[in-house]
Design a protein around this ligand. Structure first.
Ligand SMILES: Nc1ncnc2c1ncn2[C@@H]1O[C@H](COP(=O)(O)OP(=O)(O)OP(=O)(O)O)[C@@H](O)[C@H]1O
Ligand SMILES: [Mg+2]
Length: 218
């Protein structure tokens, strides 16, 4: 589903943020990407949703190739990928329910089916009861759960999570990871970047450790 082959990515001449990185993610995988700040975790995630492109090597995601994807195809690829960030990126003037439903609206969805899907995604993250609250009325952990529901509602084949627990206390972080594991168990691949090696090891699953843009442990 995701194949990264001998990828090099440079932002500055003569200096690589990622060096010769290869990995594959298959259906049902739960993969942690660990590494200290600046090691290349976010760069790797951005390559997968084709926000940036490799200088050498190839990224293949759901049949799209980094070397040949057209600009007009990128939104189609993104619809099939769920992405969550450290800072949630919720719409402040929309309720929790509206934030989730909006992800479907922008793809042309509406009506009863849309409502059902949005309510189902909120139930998966345990936030049905907060659906009419606004983001400022709920905790950081709940905001991240909303972001997960928003990503989930389009039924992505993979969920990319870049430091999703970075702004959440340890207890809330465990809840977030448990939700990601449940989502993974029901068939969605999950890639989670974290600087917290201890947390990744505790959770089990596959770990790829980056250091200065290279995989040092797999
Ligand atoms: N747009 C950019 N322009 C220049 N340099 C960049 C850019 N994006 C990333 N870099 C550099 O590439 C390296 C890898 O960055 P990246 O954001 O992937 O690290 P990270 O592992 O996600 O770090 P963090 O844990 O702090 O989020 C860093 O040295 C960073 O400064
Ligand atoms: Mg990062």
């Amino acid at each position: 589903m995701v194949e990264i082959r001998n990828v090099h990515k440079s932002f500055k001449k003569g200096w690589y943020a990622l060096k010769d990185v290869s990995l594959s993610i298959d259906k049902g995988d739960f993969l942690f990407v660990t590494g200290s700040t600046g090691s290349g975790k976010s760069t790797l995630i951005r390559l997968i949703y084709m926000d940036i492109f490799p200088d050498k090597g190839e990224v293949a995601v759901a049949g799209f190739l980094s070397s040949s994807i057209k600009k007009t195809e990128i939104p189609l690829l993104r619809r099939r990928i769920g992405i969550i960030f450290q800072d949630f990126k919720l719409l402040r003037d929309k309720t929790i329910y509206e934030n989730v439903a909006f992800a479907l609206e922008v793809t042309g969805s509406s009506g009863r089916k849309m409502k059902e899907k949005a309510m189902k995604a909120l139930a998966v993250v345990g936030l049905s009861h907060k659906r009419n609250d606004f983001p400022y009325q709920i905790s950081g952990g709940e905001q991240q759960k909303t972001a997960i529901a928003r990503a989930l509602v389009r039924e992505p084949f993979i969920l990319l999570a870049d430091e999703p627990t970075g702004n959440i206390d340890p207890e809330g972080s465990m809840e977030i990871i448990k939700i990601l594991q449940d989502i993974n168990t029901s068939g969605t691949a999950v890639l989670m970047a974290t600087h917290d090696v201890y947390l990744a090891k505790k959770m089990g699953g596959k770990i790829i450790n980056l250091s200065e843009g290279q995989i040092v442990e797999d």
